[in-house]
Ligand binder design. Structure first.
Ligand code: ZN
Length: 331
């Protein structure tokens, strides 16, 4: 019996130095051929190698895997071997895994509460509008109430590293299962501020148990995030979706986001149209129970309402005593 041929490509060696298991699975999938493009299924097999089949549809199981930053580098290397639709699909799966906490192990995290508090103190004052999609009325005190829930330890906030995966991971995320808000450290202050307001908006939607489709949840979060751009007068991020959100946010910022204003209603709808271009299934496959309002009893909404009463009471007391307590300035 002779041994199987030893893999010799430089790609294999580079990958192996980062993660042995991934390099072995890559070698078996490609026969050590670095010029072969990977399919989506192969990429999932190589990176985390487990699937479930539900209603005839295979989906990757995220399980309890926690990638290290070294493994993130291995994934970044593998990303050079996948392209087009398979790559798009894989990035979407990674982002979903990211929300569920797959990236990274705990060493990648630092406390993010101070940062979140600063952003709420400076960037949400103009958020006071009723969404034509979700029908929810967003007010600055909702953000202060989330900070209160963070102070009480009911929601956690982290800054995280991106492990070199950069744009392929979420700039931020809010896990409604873990009640954890995570913000990637390596981005500009303006993008980070927008991202924090965006994710806090998802936290509000979740804790109020809003029964809404994800299209409205995301449109609302994008617009609230863009209001923080309006505060400094400059769009923080590029792309058609951010253009549309920034345009809609002007109406909110100028207090012209009212049902009677046809231009506003069109601007709101335009954000959703851009989202649908990215993924036509925003209202279907990524329904609200994926992101917000899922399987939560009334207890979460009771708790955020109690937090709201507390911060509103503190703000009123501050106003009465002339010390002008503002959202987020509480210690
Ligand atoms: Zn979002």
């Amino acid at each position: 019996m002779s041994d199987p041929p030893k893999p010799t490509s430089q790609f294999y060696k580079d990958l192996r130095a980062l993660d042995q298991a991934m390099s072995d699975r890559w070698m078996r999938a490609t026969n050590d051929n670095p010029s072969r493009a990977l399919s989506y299924d192969e990429m999932v097999d190589i990176v985390w190698s487990s699937w479930s089949t539900e209603n005839g549809i295979r989906t990757p199981i995220f399980g309890d895997i926690r990638f290290t930053e070294k493994q993130a580098k291995a994934i970044a290397l593998l990303m050079t071997k996948i392209d087009g639709d398979p790559k798009y699909k894989f990035v979407a799966a990674m982002r979903k895994a990211d929300v569920s906490g797959m990236f990274f192990d705990d060493t990648a995290y630092a406390d993010g509460l101070k940062l979140v508090r600063e952003v709420v103190g400076t960037s949400v004052g103009r958020i006071n509008w009723r969404s034509p999609g979700s029908q929810f009325l967003y007010i600055p005190m909702h953000y202060a109430a989330v900070i209160e829930l963070m102070n009480e330890g009911k929601i956690s906030a982290f800054e995280k590293q991106d492990g070199g995966l950069g744009e392929w991971l979420n700039k931020g995320s809010f896990s409604d299962e873990k009640n954890a808000l995570k913000i990637v450290r390596t981005q500009s202050d303006a993008v980070r501020r927008n991202t924090i307001v965006h994710e806090l908006t998802h936290a509000i939607q979740d804790w109020y148990d809003l029964n809404i489709i994800n299209l409205y949840a995301e449109t609302d979060a994008l617009i609230c995030g863009a209001v923080s751009d309006r505060v400094v007068g400059r769009q923080s991020d590029q792309g058609a979706i951010f253009d549309a959100a920034y345009a809609a946010a002007e109406f909110v910022y100028l207090k012209k986001a009212v049902r009677e204003n046809a231009r506003w209603m069109a601007a709101y709808k335009a954000v959703g149209e851009e989202l649908k271009k990215l993924d036509p299934n925003w209202s279907v496959s990524m329904g609200f129970d994926d992101a917000v309002g899922k399987r939560k009893g009334a207890s979460e909404s009771d708790m955020i309402k109690a937090a709201l009463r507390k911060v509103t009471g503190a703000a009123n007391a501050g106003a009465r005593s002339g010390s002008a307590a503002s959202a987020g300035s509480r210690k």
